[in-house]
Structures are given as structure tokens and as C-alpha cells.
Design a protein around this ligand. Structure first.
Ligand SMILES: [Zn+2]
Length: 464
């Protein structure tokens, strides 16, 4: 009896020691996401049912099945409740501050010259840029965007707002040959851009860059300087390219080249360049863009709305080029989330090619995630859920009425989901949206301050 008890006690203590050593063996992390269908968007496009993502500091340290729960512990465990867990989406082209002007003078001919430029000259101030960017970045965060590529005036103030919301931003200071609210004198916007790049060069969330407005709205001299400066600082250049027939004809007339050939002749097309729109491009332009390995921002919804044309972005994607999705500014595309883009991109390219297999939902999700990361040349850090990548993760809930049933998660994302299905958003290892609410800024106060501008905008718009 005694010996039996002794044995039992020994076994018991061994068991306890065993258990505690198991507990001790658990590696500590900061965030664990469990119970979701994980769309890794890795090279094999693996999907993990009941998948687990483990985040430590600002990086993903493990991705796999629920077995990982035995290996890791974390202070914060997010139950995805059968939702879809995906890489944060990347908005490769926008002007977030223009939320201040959203829904004004939609569908007016020659809107850029008639409304946008005059309005911006009279209205734009650092305060307006800050409030508009804060509102726009909040909308993007709530819609599952974790990285945005922006181009605007007073970009320093836009970057300040984006940091406050907690998004990752490739922020480029607008450079244009006309006098603007942030540059009355010749060369002033370029000087502003240099100061902005120097200020944010080593920021964790903001990648500063140069934003020449377009091939025909910036002087050749300044474009050459921008080429040199982007090389010197090793920062991106984002630019509207081949967006309108007016631009195409002007460059043809002045330089006897297409806009793409013209920019290449200046040495601008390289691995730092992100071209937005790319509607008026020839087959040889596309070959050149591929050869120069530039990023492509495809802004389908904005391009449909303005009836400018259909960019051959699907062809570019299928050629292995770096194609991501963009919303353009909220005066052009009106909404700023990328989920809303995917359905249009899939459907319109099918209609355009008269081929329903031309752009399956998986391809649209690719463009929204890893494609966007490739477009900004950051596919080693962003765009997929893989060990070592930055922790930019989104959870889409699947309980809402529009999300049921789900036979194919890609299909559900592209054809069924909308921005309001985004439940949780993590950027750089920090939860910025939880239970569909933004945690970093006061949304109500934000909207109120933004709407204070409405009266002023209306008054000026009436004079245009
Ligand atoms: Zn734009």
C-alpha cells in the first residue's frame, strides 16, 4: 500500500513537473489569431482551415494550424470565429485629404481644371490636409487597408494624420508646375518635397517620396531633378501616367513620344516608380514598363466613373508585372477601401475580354494584397501572411447576412463582402480596428471637424 502510494505520488509529481515544463515551453508572443480561414497569399497561395497566426512585436513569427496554440501563448488572443484572416490590403494610389471635397461636382466635364485645381488653390491648408487625411486613413483602416500610397499638397500634414490613425503610408509630396496652395513660387513644391523626404526618411510607418503630378503637369527640368533626388535618397516616386487622352496628345505633340516613352527617356522608370492609371499605353509601352520593373496602381472604379477608359492592367498582371489596386482620391473614386474595388476589377475585365475566366476572384485578391506589395516593391515585407513579414493582418467576419454561405473564401471576399465586414485590423503588430471600431482616433470628433469645412467648400464651389 505504502509503496503503491509512494509510486502514485511519484507519478503525480512527475506529471506536475511534466505539465509545468510544457507550460514553460510555450513561447510568448504578443498576439495570436485563431479559428479563422487563413488566406496566406504565399507563393503557393496556401489556405489554412482553423489557422493560427502568431505575432511578436511588429512581425509574424508563425503561421499554421491550431497545433501552434500548444506552442505559443500571448497576452492578446483574437478569436476570428470562423472569419477570413488575410494580409492587410494595399491601396496603391490615393489622395486621402480630398475626403473634404467628396461628392462635390461629380460628373462635371473637365472637372480637374474647372473644379479641382481652383478649389484646391482656394481651400487647401495644412489644417485641411490633416483633417482630410485623418478621415480618409480612418476609412481605409475600417475597410481593411493597412498600407496606402498617397500624393498630395502639404504631405507632411497628411503623414502626421496617417501616423495618428496607425496606417502604413507611402506618402509623396505633390510637385506641379502651376502655383498651388503649398507652393506659389517656381520650384517651391520640389523644395517642400525634399524637406519632407528628409524629415520622414527613417520613420517606421511612413515611407516618404516624390509625387510629380503627371507627365504634362510637371516641367521636364523638374522631372529630371526628381529622378536624381529619388536615386539620391532611395525613395519612391508616385505619378499619374497615361491617364487621359489630353495628356497623351500633349506629350506626343511636344516630345514625339508616348507618355511612357517620355518618362523613360528621362530615366524615371525604375524600381522606385509607381505609375497610377496607365490607360493610354501601347503594347510597346507595356513591354517597356515590364522591362523597367515599375509598380502599377490600377484604379478601376475611378476610371469607370470618369469614363476615361480601361487600363490593360489584367494583361500586365498576367505578364507577371507588379499590379496593385488603388482607389484614387475620394473626389475621383469616392470610396477608399480596396474590398469595394475587387468586384469591379474582376467583373469589368471579364466584360472587356468577353471571358468569364479571365479574372477569377483569387486573382483579384492577389492584386489587393501581394500584388500591391509588389507594386510598391515591398513584397519581402508585406502582402502575405508568412514568417518574418511585417504584422499587417485583417480579419473579415463571416456572420453577416451578405457573407453566407461560403463555399470559396476568395469568391466571398470579391463578390459578397464589403468594407463593413472588416472586423479586426492589425498594422505593424498593433490592433487599430477591433469589433469594427477604430481604436486610434475619435471617429465622431473627426467627422464633425471635417464637416465644419463643408460650408466654406460650398461657398467657393458656387463661384466656380
Ligand atoms: Zn490620382
Amino acid at each position: 500500500m505504502k509503496s503503491y502510494l509512494k509510486g502514485a505520488l511519484l507519478l503525480g509529481s512527475l506529471f506536475i513537473v511534466g505539465c509545468s515544463s510544457l507550460v514553460e515551453k510555450k513561447e510568448s508572443a504578443n498576439i495570436i489569431i485563431k479559428n479563422g480561414t487563413v488566406l496566406t497569399m504565399n507563393e503557393k497561395r496556401d489556405i489554412i482551415e482553423n489557422g493560427v497566426i502568431v505575432i511578436k512585436n511588429n512581425k509574424i513569427i508563425s503561421v499554421g494550424t491550431e497545433d501552434l496554440l500548444k506552442k505559443y501563448s500571448a497576452n492578446k488572443v483574437i478569436d476570428a470565429e470562423d472569419g477570413i484572416v488575410m494580409p492587410g490590403m494595399i491601396n496603391t494610389h490615393t489622395h486621402a485629404s480630398m475626403t473634404v471635397f467628396r461628392s462635390l461636382a461629380d460628373d462635371v466635364p473637365d472637372r480637374l481644371n474647372r473644379y479641382i485645381f481652383p478649389l484646391e488653390n482656394k481651400m487647401v491648408s495644412p489644417e485641411m490636409v490633416y483633417l482630410g487625411a485623418r478621415h480618409g486613413a480612418t476609412e481605409m483602416a475600417l475597410g481593411g487597408v493597412t498600407t496606402m500610397v498617397d500624393m498630395y499638397l502639404f504631405e507632411d500634414d497628411a503623414a502626421r494624420a496617417v501616423k495618428e490613425v496607425g496606417l502604413r503610408g507611402v506618402m509623396t509630396q505633390n510637385i506641379i508646375k502651376y502655383p498651388t496652395a503649398d507652393g506659389q513660387k517656381k520650384g517651391e513644391t520640389l523644395e517642400r518635397a525634399i524637406a519632407f523626404v528628409e524629415k520622414y526618411k527613417n520613420d517606421e510607418l511612413i515611407t516618404p517620396g516624390f509625387g510629380p503630378h503627371g507627365p504634362h503637369t510637371v516641367t521636364k527640368e523638374e522631372l529630371l531633378k526628381i529622378k536624381e533626388l529619388s536615386e539620391k535618397y532611395n525613395v519612391p516616386v508616385s505619378m499619374h501616367v497615361a491617364e487621359t487622352d489630353v495628356e497623351f496628345d500633349r506629350i506626343k505633340k511636344d516630345f514625339k513620344m508616348t507618355p511612357v516613352e517620355y518618362l523613360d527617356s528621362l530615366g524615371l522608370l525604375n524600381e522606385r516608380f509607381i505609375a497610377a492609371h496607365n490607360i493610354f499605353v501601347t503594347d510597346s509601352d507595356i513591354e517597356l514598363m515590364k522591362k523597367r520593373d515599375i509598380g502599377i496602381a490600377h484604379n478601376m472604379v475611378a476610371n469607370i466613373k470618369s469614363a476615361k477608359g480601361i487600363s490593360p492592367a489584367l494583361k500586365m498582371h498576367d505578364m507577371g508585372m507588379r499590379v496593385g489596386l488603388g482607389t484614387d482620391g475620394p473626389m475621383s473614386g469616392n470610396t477608399l477601401d480596396i474590398i469595394g474595388q475587387m468586384g469591379y476589377v474582376a467583373k469589368l475585365h471579364k466584360l472587356d475580354t468577353k471571358d468569364r475566366s479571365a479574372l477569377p476572384p483569387k486573382k483579384a485578391v492577389e492584386m489587393a494584397t501581394i500584388g500591391g506589395a509588389r507594386a510598391i516593391h515591398r513584397e519581402n515585407e508585406l502582402g502575405s501572411l508568412e514568417i518574418g513579414k511585417l504584422a499587417d493582418v485583417v480579419v473579415i467576419e463571416t456572420k453577416s447576412v451578405n457573407m453566407n454561405p461560403i463555399f470559396d473564401p476568395y469568391s466571398a471576399l470579391v463578390y459578397s463582402a464589403n468594407a463593413s465586414n472588416v472586423d479586426t485590423v492589425i498594422v505593424n503588430g498593433k490592433v487599430i480596428v477591433e469589433d469594427k471600431k477604430i481604436k486610434t482616433v475619435d471617429l465622431e470628433k473627426n467627422s464633425k471637424e471635417l464637416n465644419n469645412f463643408k460650408g466654406k467648400v460650398q461657398k467657393i464651389a458656387e463661384t466656380l
